[in-house]
Ligand binder design. Structure first.
Ligand SMILES: NC(=O)CC[C@H](N)C(=O)O
Length: 313
């Protein structure tokens, strides 16, 4: 694989410019439907780039821990693809945009319980339900260990976020039970929803997130630890899923303007991957109505434009 085509000096300059360009944007608001997320200081902002040869470039609040939330869906999808195969993921979960919000019940009803994408809540829970394990403790450990390998760092749950989210996730529980009624969830609905909630509560920093993405960019090998985390045969499928639904109803806009596989989370994180080259991560808690970080999207658009990173160029 050709590596490090990006001029890292230029990348550093562009990252700083993107930071300045997006910093003054105070629009949007923290997610508030999960009470713990509403308390995160809204003005935090960090940007990190990690290249596939392990160069780390960062600016702003890149070591502040925040909840990974929906960005977790990418890494559970990767672990499950590796365990059950890409065809099984396509058949049981799908690879299409829903065109509806990330926690839509209507999307499920329209497709007889098939979630269409592992990157919406329903599909993420179906994905968790497919992970083979002897029991729920083993399943959770596989997820936490897997994410830690992607990050090259031992990750942990943010207990305040988990408790807050577990106390308010009846909508997600409803989705899990609805899928169970359709036969499209492959484990116990309450246990699956709980593991999904825990995975969303894992703490990451902007830097951790960029390393996780750079592992995808680098053919499945963590560029810092140099350990193989995922078989590269699954990467094209992962990138396709991210392109289709990574930013929910704004995925098409992101493909149009940034041109990279991406994934957002309501914790304010945003990831984009340039396959073979690098990953970019942003953290800024204020979200637009779809649930994507406002400054994150702005900054990644700036970087992609400045460095001509769109895969469709
Ligand atoms: N888009 C998100 O980040 C949503 C994740 C959140 N844990 C939820 O289930 O609602």
């Amino acid at each position: 694989m050709q590596k490090n085509i990006i001029d890292t000096k230029k990348l550093e300059t562009v990252l700083k410019q993107a930071y300045s360009a997006a910093e003054s944007d105070q629009s949007g608001a923290n997610a508030s439907y999960i009470p713990a997320l509403a308390k995160v200081p809204s003005n935090l902002f960090g940007l990190t780039a990690v290249t596939s040869d392990g160069t780390v470039i960062e600016t702003g609040d890149t070591s502040y821990p925040f909840a990974i939330e929906s960005i977790s869906k990418v890494f559970s999808m990767a672990l499950v693809m590796e365990a059950v195969g890409a065809q099984e993921m396509l058949k049981k979960v799908g690879a299409d945009p829903t065109g509806l919000p990330f926690n839509s019940v209507m999307a499920l009803e329209l497709h007889r319980g098939k979630p269409l994408s592992p990157l919406v809540n329903a599909g993420a829970m179906a994905t968790v339900s497919l992970l083979p394990a002897a029991n729920s403790d083993e399943k959770w450990q596989k997820i936490l260990d897997g994410y830690s390998q992607f990050a090259g760092h031992t990750l942990e749950v943010m207990n305040a976020v988990y408790t807050s989210e577990a106390a308010t996730n009846s909508h997600n529980k409803g989705i899990a039970w609805l899928m169970s009624s359709y036969g499209t969830l492959y484990d116990d609905p309450d246990i699956t929803c709980d593991i999904y909630t825990r995975q969303c509560s894992i703490a990451i920093t902007c830097k951790n997130l960029a390393v996780m993405g750079a592992t995808l960019a680098n053919g499945g090998v963590n560029p810092i630890t140099e350990k193989a985390v995922i078989n590269p045969e699954f990467l094209p499928h992962i990138f396709a899923e991210m392109t289709m639904e990574g930013l929910y109803g704004a995925s098409g806009d992101f493909a149009y303007t940034v041109g990279l596989p991406g994934k957002s989370g309501v914790g304010g994180g945003l990831l984009a991957v340039v396959p073979g080259q690098l990953a970019l991560s942003a953290f800024s808690p204020r979200l637009d109505p779809i649930g994507n970080s406002v400054r994150g999207q702005k900054a990644l658009r700036f970087i992609s434009d400045a460095l001509d990173l769109s895969l469709y160029r």
